[in-house]
Design a protein around this ligand. Structure first.
Ligand code: S6P
Ligand code: ZN
Length: 177
């Protein structure tokens, strides 16, 4: 691989040349506590990822931006599916670009942390911690992330055991339940 740069101009992502992953309501509805008939019909985009992944080799890095749109499913804030890295001893760094959110982190010993993210705040997700991002603001939550290219994703473990806490809107604030 040779050095390169990529534009993440949020006003011009139509020309993005990497992996574009789009998750609509019906793709991710099972992660929410309740279901919503209106969202089922409209099937809006809950979040999307623009990822530059040119290699899966150990030593390389993959980087991306994630955009999580504002909204709730019956009061539960829009969020990502969440995952462990398949190669568990791999960390990740998130860097907030706009909006406000929480990064829910959980390890297999049952420890749980909810780390705030917002513009210009960096979040470190250590090896062995699953992570899920939640938009707790009324604008898109946008963050940059970088992680080892060989890490891979394990979604199944979180699908089975879930995160210890969910994030709901209550009186214009968030609560963890
Ligand atoms: C990848 C990194 C992010 C997430 C993205 C969507 O390791 O943590 O790119 O993939 O924020 O989340 P998820 O849980 O659907 O992959
Ligand atoms: Zn990750």
């Amino acid at each position: 691989m040779i050095p390169f740069s990529v534009s993440f101009d949020l006003n011009d992502l139509n020309n993005f040349s990497g992996n574009h992953i789009v998750r609509r309501y019906r793709d991710v509805k099972n992660v929410f506590l309740k279901q919503d008939p209106f969202l089922e019909k409209e099937n809006p985009i809950i979040y999307e990822v623009f990822e530059v992944a040119r290699s899966e080799r150990e030593g390389d890095l993959t980087f991306l931006i994630t955009i999580i749109y504002p909204g709730t499913v019956q009061g539960e804030y829009f969020m990502t599916k969440g995952h462990f890295h398949a190669i568990e001893p791999t960390a990740e760094v998130y860097y907030g670009l706009s909006g406000r959110g929480l990064i829910l982190c959980q390890n297999k010993s049952g420890d749980f942390e909810a780390i705030p993210i917002e513009k210009d705040k960096a979040v470190y997700i250590p090896p062995f911690w699953a992570h899920r991002s939640v938009n707790i603001s009324c604008e898109p939550l946008v963050f940059f992330a970088v992680y080892p290219s060989h890490a891979g994703h394990d979604y199944e473990t979180i699908e089975k055991c879930g995160f210890k806490k969910r994030v709901f809107a209550q009186n214009d604030k968030f609560i963890l339940i």
